[in-house]
Design a protein around this ligand. Sequence first.
Ligand SMILES: [Zn+2]
Length: 215
Amino acid sequence: MGRLAIIFGPPGSGKGTQSRLVSDSLDFCHLSTGDMLREASNIGSDLGLKARELMDSGNLVPDDMVNGIVAAHIHGLDGKKDVLLDGYPRTMEQAYALDRSLMGTQYNVNVVLSLTVRDSVLKERILNRKVCTSCGSIFGVPVSVLEPCGNCGGKLVVRGDDNLEALSDRLQVYRERTLPILNFYSDRGLVVVIDAERPVPEIFSSISKELSKFY
Ligand SMILES: [Zn+2]
């Protein structure tokens, strides 16, 4: 029987980094809604092409399509792999759908990891974030804009969309959207708050400890 964890975290919380560590070091299957939708559209399935069309026109992919894609991935794993859900569930409808799709599988929601960072810290992090114009690598605070990319030697620039107003909007959307879902899982005693203001290895160590409780 595989473990199943859900990870939540606001933009700039390092959720992407932690998800990669959980998948690389602990051998979890990292199911990210964004990746799954892109993959479906690359394969060219009807569902995937429809999803691509919606995303390209700036629309949200409807719950039933996302639910279908996630359920298919989870069923395909057949309980043999541990699963980390990232970007799902995003709405209460999706949370109910997840419960329904887990029925009759080898999975339960074991734990919901909620990465928390104060807004002031997120703002500082995001404003200092630089991206390589050649390879797309992202760098945090200690890197000067004048330095070349540590990966490829390319030029680093401050990301244009990382301005404060856009960040405030994204944080507000994140909070409003996530709060009901976190409450839903809190009522079942599944939410673990992870202090994500600490260095990456410390955060990962806390996450590993939580996941190890469900062997
Ligand atoms: Zn680069």
